[in-house]
Design a protein around this ligand. Sequence first.
Ligand SMILES: Nc1ncnc2c1ncn2[C@@H]1O[C@H](COP(=O)(O)OP(=O)(O)O)[C@@H](O)[C@H]1O
Ligand SMILES: [Mg+2]
Length: 239
Amino acid sequence: MTPPFLAAAGVHAFYGSSHVLHGIDLAVGRGEALALMGRNGMGKTTTIRALFGLTPPSEGDITIAGERVRGWPTHRIARLGLALVPEGRGIFPTLSVREHLVLAKQATIAADTRPAWDMDRVLELFPALRPRLAHMGDRLSGGEQQMLSIGRALMANPTLLVLDEATEGLSPLVRDTVWSVIRRIKAAGVALLIVDKDMDALLGVADRCLILSKGRVVYSDTPAHLAAHPEIHLRHLGV
Ligand SMILES: Nc1ncnc2c1ncn2[C@@H]1O[C@H](COP(=O)(O)OP(=O)(O)O)[C@@H](O)[C@H]1O
Ligand SMILES: [Mg+2]
């Protein structure tokens, strides 16, 4: 059996003295899509931050591409093939669309044998960005910023793309565009770890789903299994 591209085992994390993650286990295989679910404040973003070394775990193991990365700086972890589309998008107001994409490209290495993502391929995925190449980040709509945030992450040629609430605050039309792009990224062989409130679309893309409650994994199975057990949905995800 080939090991998963990314595996976390028994990960704990704190903000100051506040113990937020209590032993997270998760795995994402190459090309696989994992939905990370749970109500607000349950630890989804913190789990992502722990994987990237942004909130370094206090305990536990994270293995990416065969390397044990706990304690590594974020830039070194990212170079193993991890890219993040962060909550809030992270677009720079005074950089143009072109500059965001070019800078992301310079920071990377060729991760494996899949065809590399470049500016042309990203613009093919998001044609709406093409006429905006010279526009500064603060002149873009929310939808354009989100497309740029995803495009920038792809420029790093990730083996695993992590999307934290990528459709948050977008109009239904733009949301549909983003989901269709996410499906195309998956079809191109990129593994995905997705947090999103749009459950139907999320479960339509995911191969497996995992639910967090108060910093613990309380459920891990397939979307089909979750759909067949509405009581699990209600207990851990219902409002
Ligand atoms: N920077 C921070 N400092 C202190 N506590 C935080 C910080 N960020 C998040 N938290 C707390 O950690 C818990 C998990 O938050 P988070 O991982 O953002 O949840 P989610 O992404 O699932 O909504 C929450 O109780 C939240 O209030
Ligand atoms: Mg969050």
